[in-house]
Design a binder for this molecule. Structure first.
Ligand code: COA
Length: 159
């Protein structure tokens, strides 16, 4: 098993792993994201764990302008992290993180940011084991907009 930069002939295998990480996303959504990641190689990098019979894990790392809990800019950010079920608890996730961190360092970063869903205890424990400190818990909201908001009253201020 080797940790390597994603090759252009591995996009389908990468997609297969992304579908396992995000079963609620459509293939189209995931493919579009992949195209965006690949289009900006200055700000994004993907490392894969390659076994003899194919890919068994990946990490997506980016440069973000800022991240909660980080004081330097830009920061390296773990955007996605996945190891195939059958290959977990063997240090592959750690090696992927180390590759992502080395890439960020090589891009001038001195800090990394990352996140994990509230209920994802494994990811939270793994982050802590890899030296990441929790900095914030956050609840995200969204609302679909419709034309009813157009009736809202916004006064004109004399300039
Ligand atoms: C999170 C994930 C990538 C870890 O991959 P992995 O290859 O099993 O990780 P490693 O074997 O390198 O373990 C790294 C550290 O995490 C900790 N860890 C990993 N799995 C753990 C578990 N199930 N319970 C507790 N700690 C765990 C270990 O302490 C380990 O450190 P150690 O080897 O020094 O003890 C993997 O569990 C996964 O793909 N999970 C599903 C997807 C996911 O949740 N991704 C993260 C989204 S934020």
């Amino acid at each position: 098993m080797e940790i390597l930069k994603l090759r252009s002939d591995e996009h389908d295998a990468w997609l297969t792993l992304r579908e396992l990480l995000w079963p609620g996303s459509t293939r189209e959504e995931l493919t579009r994201e992949q195209a965006e990641i690949i289009a900006d190689s200055q700000r994004n990098c993907v490392f894969v764990a390659a076994a003899e019979d194919g890919l068994v894990g990946f990490v997506e790392v980016s440069l973000r302008d800022w991240a909660e809990g980080c004081s330097s800019r830009p920061v390296g950010y773990i955007e996605a992290w996945y190891v195939d079920h059958a290959h977990r608890r063997r240090g592959i996730g750690r090696q992927l993180f180390e590759a992502a961190e080395a890439w960020a360092l090589s891009r001038g970063c001195t800090e990394m940011g990352s996140d994990a869903e509230f209920g994802n205890e494994v990811s939270q424990q793994a982050h802590r084991a890899l030296g990441y400190a929790e900095v914030l818990r956050i609840v995200l909201f969204s609302k679909r907009l419709d034309e009813s908001v157009l009736g809202s009253k916004v006064g004109n201020r004399a300039s």
